[in-house]
Design a protein around this ligand. Structure first.
Ligand code: ASP
Length: 428
């Protein structure tokens, strides 16, 4: 049985088990599923553990074997432009859908509004406190250059790690061959061992997915969706539209692959992103799939994918646009066009600053709320409204985030003259 099929079965059984516990309100079963969620979290740690060795080794080898530093600049330029443009499109899709469907009370009764406010206001306030500590865009950009690479590695700061690895790889390529080769062989060995670790860890994926999903559903259940149904559906519809229209077009016209064939190859990555709610934790599998299933070179994937997991979050940006519109509609009424334009700018930039970890999007959302809503609106009250369904929407947006990264890698690889293995398999 393929890995994808196993994960899919685990997901379905996990949802069903979680629902049974939640809907029948069987306390001990809920507690049991929440407890085995720990196993899922341990598995996330296991796969996250591989991220840094894999990214550093594969980026050093990738850059050193490019031989030409201008190529790094060219790939970097294309990647960043592509990421910004697709994210802005995602936000726009979110805004258009919100203008159509989130009007009036946006499907929320006054009762539901009060209920959510009472239940989540304190948590909303704690998120606002967390947002105050999150670095702003300028700080993120300024922080790209690490003062101390060991510190950056220890703190899992992806952008400084990427910067150092590329710089180091480029320098390595200009060192005499006899000195360079042993170093390259070392990193090559690390890279290959990391890939083997991923294979081993992925064998446990179905069990971890079951544990993760059963815990989330048992704890959050379906009832919380009630008042937030319209909002949640608009987010999910936006994510699907972006997948079908934007990625569909990019894959067909820019990467030259059949979108459905491509999506089939990356299904397991999407499911793991969905189950873990973390682009970072999914990154090792994303890289492995890009290279082994889609046929993207290590040079492109080692650069485009880690960068994407950190700065490219179309799903998050789209969700932030819809969430801001929803909160505005419920708390202050419709937003002007100018305020909506602010959302395009701030959500696009804010999603760059969001880390690829669970719930990063809702913390960065506070920045967007502060920019786009009148100062009289307390962001904590807004966050309180949507917090109940956030974990489930986080799963959906993370799946789109990693799809966006992989699509970008395919587009950039094709633009660098690569023929994707997928193209041959599809007989194009
Ligand atoms: N969980 C998302 C990710 O890792 C970020 C977010 O919270 O939107 O891609």
């Amino acid at each position: 049985m393929q890995l994808y099929t196993k994960i899919m079965i685990a997901l379905i059984v996990g949802v069903a088990a979680g629902l049974v516990a939640n809907l029948l309100d069987i306390g001990s079963l809920v507690a049991f599923f929440v407890a085995i969620g720990q196993f899922g979290d341990a598995w996330i740690d296991l796969i996250t553990m591989v991220v840094i060795p894999l990214v550093v080794a594969s980026l050093v080898v990738g850059t050193a074997s490019l031989g030409d530093i201008t190529k790094v600049g060219r790939i970097g330029g294309k990647t960043v432009v592509y990421y910004l443009v697709t994210t802005a499109i995602a936000v726009s899709i979110g805004l258009v859908l919100s203008n159509i469907f989130l009007r009036g009370d946006a499907g929320m009764s006054a009762e539901a509004l009060e209920g959510l406010r009472g239940q989540y206001l304190a948590e909303g306030q704690s998120r606002v406190a967390m947002a105050e500590q999150a670095p702003g865009l300028v700080e993120v950009l300024r922080g790209i250059i690490p003062r101390n690479i060991v510190e950056a590695l220890a703190n899992f700061e992806m952008l400084p790690i990427l910067f150092f690895s590329i710089f180091f790889g480029a320098a390595l390529s200009s060192v005499p061959k006899e000195t360079r080769d042993p170093v390259l062989r070392f990193f090559d060995g690390v890279n290959e061992a990391a890939m083997v670790m991923i294979h081993w860890i992925m064998a446990l994926a179905p069990y971890a997915v079951f544990a993760l999903i059963a815990a989330v559903i048992a704890e959050f259940g379906a009832e919380v969706l009630g008042g937030l149904l319209v909002y949640s559906l608009v987010v999910v519809a936006g994510l699907l539209l972006h997948l079908i229209i934007t990625y569909g077009a990019a894959l067909r016209f820019l990467a030259g692959v059949k979108p459905l064939d491509f999506l089939k190859k990356i299904r397991a990555v999407q499911l793991v992103a969905f189950s873990t709610s973390s682009s970072n934790a999914t990154l090792p599998l994303t890289i492995e799939t890009a290279e082994e299933e889609v046929g993207i070179s290590n040079e492109v994937s080692s650069f485009v994918l880690p960068l994407g997991a950190t700065i490219n979050m179309d799903g998050t940006a789209l969700y932030q646009a819809v969430a801001t519109m929803f909160i505005a509609t419920v708390l202050v009424g419709d937003l002007t066009l100018a305020a909506q334009f602010t959302i395009v700018l701030t959500a696009t930039l804010a999603s760059i600053g969001a880390a690829g970890v669970p719930s990063a999007g809702i913390i960065i959302l506070i920045v967007v709320l502060q920019q786009a809503l009148p100062p009289t609106v307390d962001p904590a009250a807004g966050i309180a409204l949507i917090l109940g369904v956030d974990r489930i929407l986080d799963m959906c947006r993370t799946a789109l985030n990693v799809t966006g990264d992989l699509t970008a890698a395919a587009v950039v690889a094709r633009s660098e003259g690569e023929t994707l293995a997928l193209v041959q398999a599809a007989g194009d």
